[in-house]
Design a binder for this molecule. Structure first.
Ligand code: NAD
Ligand code: SER
Length: 314
């Protein structure tokens, strides 16, 4: 078996913390180097190596890759949809240049694999709303969506032209309790739990009937690891795979929470994020991922809600 040494960039973020811990279980603590621009997340402390790193500094990144004998990179540093609309230039710059820096270094150093997530945000108002297919009309309206769609084609290009084994998933909105979300349109589906437990009420920034594709973090980690461990011959999509788990509206998640906290109430005050949410599909067809590497989700709405409440209360 090839001995892998993995660098996770953006390890202190919502996905990074849980993915780093999961990778350390598989590859050994010393073989997964966490890195971020900000300080180490407390959940990672004492579990393995950490370096402070800016993905925009290509030279520094390159030095780390060589010094640490890195064979795989998981690139999670990005600016998400809602924050991206507040600073489009910064979002484009980080989301694009960060990816190109990693792809270039992967090519030069002949890394074994690269992981880079895309998003349902690549889809736009002209994409099908229900069971949005893998290949369809894609006209994103956010800078985040534009950067993710361009990034998908860069991944495909580096794979086809230089043979870089880069793999990608179009994550739906991710729900988790271990680390805070980083400024997405789907973040309401995390805030709602904390407010329900602490204050028994929540003011939602999306309308009650806004359906969006969502996924619980254990499913997202499972999908990422399964994709990365699949034989290269099974990977037919070199842009980014659709994956799906559940679709619900604020009204539906509130009703599911009320089963556990009967006094919980929600009211709605939509803001600029409503327009972003309205531009995305309500549900996603992930049959290509199911066929290629047997993707199957494990959590539905009620199962996720119970697990979130149990863990946040702890
Ligand atoms: P996050 O904002 O929680 O974490 C990103 C991390 O990157 C942060 O810890 C941040 O400090 C770090 N970072 C920012 N700039 C950096 C730089 N220049 N150099 C090094 N690190 C830097 O984001 P997340 O939710 O964990 O998302 C990770 C990836 O998954 C992103 O590409 C995002 O677009 C994608 N994604 C996330 C979701 C979701 O719901 N969370 C959904 C779809 C796609
Ligand atoms: N959860 C992410 C966002 O809302 C989707 O990529 O930005």
């Amino acid at each position: 078996m090839i001995k892998e040494k993995i660098l996770v960039i953006g390890a202190s973020g919502q996905i990074g913390v849980e993915l780093t811990l999961a990778l350390r279980k598989i590859y050994g603590n010393a073989n997964v180097v966490a890195s971020d621009l900000r300080e180490q997340n407390p959940l990672l402390e004492g579990t393995g190596p950490y370096v402070s790193l800016d993905v925009m500094n290509k030279e520094m990144l390159h030095v780390q890759v060589i010094r640490q004998n890195i064979t795989q990179i998981y690139l999670l540093a990005a600016i998400l949809s809602a924050t991206g609309e507040k600073n489009p230039n910064l979002a484009w710059h980080l989301n694009m240049q960060g990816l190109l820096n990693v792809l270039d270094i992967a090519r030069e150093e002949k890394l074994n694999k690269v992981y880079w997530p895309s998003s349902i945000a690549v889809f736009g108002p002209t994409s099908p709303k229900q069971n949005c297919p893998q290949q369809t009309i894609i006209e994103p309206i956010t800078v985040y969506g534009i950067s993710k769609y361009a990034g998908e084609f860069w991944c495909n290009y580096y794979n086809q032209r230089y043979g870089v084994d880069v793999r990608s998933l179009r994550y739906p909105g991710l729900i988790s309790y271990k680390s805070a979300p980083g400024g997405g349109t789907t973040d309401y589906a995390i805030e709602i739990f904390h407010e329900a437990i602490e204050n028994k009420k929540y003011e939602c920034f999306l309308q009650e009937d806004t359906y969006l594709p969502m996924m619980y973090m254990p499913d997202a980690i499972k999908a990422t690891i399964e994709l990365m461990e699949a034989p290269a011959k099974n990977i037919s999509i070199r842009t980014s795979y659709n994956i799906s788990a559940m679709s619900f509206s604020p009204k539906e998640i509130a009703a599911s929470i009320k089963k556990h906290i009967p006094e919980f109430s929600i009211h709605y005050k939509p803001d600029y994020r409503q327009k972003i949410a309205n531009s995305w599909p309500q549900s996603i067809d992930d049959s290509v991922a199911a066929n290629d590497w047997n993707w199957k989700s494990g959590y539905d709405l009620d199962k996720m809600v119970k697990d979130m409440l149990d863990n946040i209360k702890k």
